[in-house]
Design a protein around this ligand. Structure first.
Ligand code: KG4
Length: 373
């Protein structure tokens, strides 16, 4: 098969190319990237022109709710059903014809293998048919670099959203990850701390499950926590060295305490769910911020970002704002639409990599497990 990665992709020439004048902005072809994300249970496609968001369409999969967690086989099947209409809608909303695309960026990993294969194979087919390069994207880098997505200013907006300068620290918290990342450049990231067991989102989801609340637990705990007392109950906090995290002790402590309280009052959860949610959220946020504070202090970095699904959490966002005031941090909190899995962040990484001609070959396999680098 033809290896598209080794092809050179020339910018369409204009009559001025032969003249010894500097190209004007009108001569420079825009970089239009289609991003495709399918690592878990969201099928998403987005279009970015020169890093500016034109569309970001996501089809979430409700089918998993009945099972209290993502069922990989069902996720792959739903991706297959969703991928064509989602990409079609993203192009239509962007007002971009597929022939105008510069490249296709897709999530190569980490994620569920079957889910990754759907997005990756679709990207390959489309890129091959259009004769344009393919760009493989690390999903975790996508979350971190979501802070660089530019949006068209709306008529009533007065300020542009801030973009972090390198180096900055990023707290990456999702259902599968809890890590502190030192971001030195768009393609140079170092994990300086990470969970040694459960991820923060996973712990929240499991505690929510034992309380009999719905799935995913994060948004439900968030909503209930706003109505409760964060100091009502105390749960175990880890004592591990360095910048690493642990959430399994908190989960066990929550479970054992709840078991004891339920023995005394079978309706304990119903009577106290707001306080339980608020106390759980408070403990998770406290654990996350303690290590982040330590890292920021030791590395003398004041530009601190948060990313991933759990960055939607109200308590965590408040803690960031409070740290900005108290420790003079410059903070970067993503828009809600960029917290959960989305293709805009994949197209953003694609935009960076396109400029470096960092393309991937057609035979690039998916990776279910891969680190941020
Ligand atoms: O990044 P993400 O969409 O998927 C991956 O894990 O890759 O993150 C999902 C996680 C889930 O654990 C979900 O419960 C959590 O993010 N989450 C939240 C909130 N919204 C989503 N956790 C706390 N508060 C929220 N508002």
């Amino acid at each position: 098969m033809k290896d598209l990665s080794s092809q050179t992709y020339s910018v369409a020439s204009s009559p001025r190319d032969n003249m010894e004048t500097k190209p004007t902005p009108a001569d420079v072809k825009p970089v239009i990237i289609l991003g495709i994300e399918s690592s878990c249970d969201d099928t998403s496609a987005a279009v970015l022109r020169d890093g500016v968001l034109l569309s970001n369409v996501t089809a979430s999969q409700k089918v998993h709710e009945a099972y209290g967690g993502v069922v990989p086989e069902l996720a792959s099947r739903a991706h297959q059903q969703n991928i064509v209409p989602v990409v079609d809608m993203a192009l239509k909303q962007a007002g971009v014809a597929k022939e105008e695309l510069s490249a296709i960026a897709f999530t190569r990993g980490p994620g569920l293998m079957g889910s990754l294969l759907v997005g990756g194979s679709f990207a390959k087919g489309l890129a091959a048919s259009l004769g344009i390069p393919m760009i493989d994207v690390n999903h975790l880098q996508g979350h971190v670099l979501a802070h660089f997505i530019k949006e068209k200013p709306s008529p009533d907006s007065t300020t542009e959203s801030a973009i972090p300068p390198f180096p900055f620290l990023c707290l990456l918290v999702s259902g599968g990850n809890s890590q502190i990342v030192l971001v030195k450049a768009y393609n140079d990231m170092q994990i300086i701390g990470q969970t040694i067991d459960d991820a923060a989102g996973e712990a929240i989801d499991k505690c929510s499950k034992v309380m009999g609340l719905g799935y995913p637990g994060g948004p439900i705990i968030d909503r209930l926590a706003r109505l409760g007392n964060p100091k009502a109950y105390q749960f175990a906090e880890p004592h591990i060295p360095g910048y690493d995290y642990s959430f399994s002790g908190l989960k066990t402590s929550f479970l054992y305490n709840l078991r004891d309280w339920l023995k005394e009052d079978p309706d304990f959860i119903e009577h106290h769910k707001e306080d339980l949610a608020a106390s759980l959220e408070y403990t998770v946020v406290d654990i996350l911020m303690k290590k982040l504070r330590l890292a920021a202090r030791d590395l003398k970095i004041r530009h601190v970002a948060v990313a991933g699904g759990v960055s939607a959490n109200t308590g965590l966002r408040e803690a960031f704002r409070e740290h900005a005031k108290r420790y003079h941090w410059h903070i970067y909190i993503p828009k809600f639409s960029f917290t959960t899995d989305n293709a805009a962040m994949i197209a953003m990484v694609g935009t960076f990599k396109y400029k470096d001609k960092d393309f991937c070959p057609m035979d690039a396999p998916a990776y279910s497990r891969v680190t941020i680098k």
